[in-house]
Design a protein around this ligand. Structure first.
Ligand code: NAD
Length: 278
């Protein structure tokens, strides 16, 4: 089992880069004060990892939040993603430059292909490999790649992706995919770990929260970490940002990890990587 220590703890990627296993998600955090404050609160309270994307249209605010927090840039693990309409070799290189410019930085810690788009994603990947070799990004990866997408990419990839960021929560575990990624050395990462807010309605989560005297969010996020999965809950509220990081003073029993695993019904709250129209 991967070791979990504290809010600054990290899992090691296959190239040796350390990726803090808890990050702040900023999808739907509005550019300007909302995202600036969320990023500042998170960093001030010990988070070291921020997950944005070109399509979130808040990279400028994320960059401002990092600068205003007075953290050293090197102490923040900053992630962005290339959007579908920019896929392809030259377009990805341009999109990367544009993201850096908006973020006000000269490198990323991780750059991801946001969604699999068939053959063109192989060209996108070649661009990511170039950026990685030029040391403009410390790690490269994918998002929303099912096993067959990964297998297809690996037929032409020179570098195995370091990360696969997937929808992941107790209703969508995809244990086979996690195991495939583990075998390939690809770090699994959870998006929508709180089921976009739907997790709070589940009776079994209420029972576990009472049993451990923790919040529902803390239970599910701790489960992510114990499963070796990087997690990036989103909130722009200070209290929730702080509470969502209070995961390091308890442990979920093996039995309860299995109970959560057993809730899997293959239900998605986001788009299906095999069937989306954007
Ligand atoms: P999430 O599962 O993190 O849920 C966010 C919702 O839960 C928000 O409405 C928030 O207000 C609420 N919430 C957060 N903490 C709470 C708490 N302690 N108590 C009560 N409510 C709370 O959903 P998400 O934003 O979809 O996913 C997290 C991050 O994953 C995103 O911000 C983004 O960075 C990333 N993401 C990536 C992809 C992708 O395709 N790669 C897709 C979706 C999201």
């Amino acid at each position: 089992m991967k070791k979990i220590t504290d809010l600054q703890g990290a899992f090691e990627l296959h190239n040796g880069v350390k990726m803090p296993y808890l990050g702040l998600g900023v999808y739907l955090s509005k550019d300007g004060n909302e995202v600036i404050n969320a990023v500042k609160e998170a960093l001030n309270h010990g988070y070291r990892h921020i997950d944005t994307a070109a399509i979130y249209k808040n990279e400028e605010g994320v960059g401002a939040g990092i600068r205003e927090s007075n953290m050293d840039r090197k102490d923040v693990f900053l992630v962005s993603k290339v959007w579908n309409t920019d896929q392809g070799y030259d377009t990805t290189l341009k999109a990367f430059d544009a993201s850096l410019e908006r973020l006000g930085t000269d490198y990323l810690d991780l750059y991801l292909i946001h969604w699999p788009k068939g053959e063109i994603s192989k060209e996108t990947w070649r661009a990511l490999e170039k950026l990685y070799k030029e040391k403009r990004v410390r790690a490269i990866g994918v998002s929303n790649f099912l096993k067959h997408h990964l297998e297809d990419l690996l037929t032409s990839a020179e570098i195995v992706p370091m990360v696969n960021q997937m929808e992941f929560h107790p209703y969508l575990v995809q244990q086979d995919l996690i195991e495939f990624c583990n075998i390939k050395g690809i770090q699994y990462e959870a998006w929508s770990p709180l089921m976009q807010g739907n997790i709070f309605d589940l009776d079994v989560m209420k029972e576990l929260a009472a049993k451990y005297n923790k919040t529902i969010a803390q239970i599910v996020l701790r489960w992510d970490l114990q499963k070796g999965v990087v997690t990036i809950p989103k909130s722009s509220k200070k209290e929730r940002i702080i509470a969502n990081s209070d995961l390091f003073n308890f442990e979920i029993s093996e039995e309860d990890v299995k109970l959560l695993d057993g809730l899997d019904v293959g239900k998605r709250f986001g788009p299906d990587p095999d069937n989306f129209d954007f």
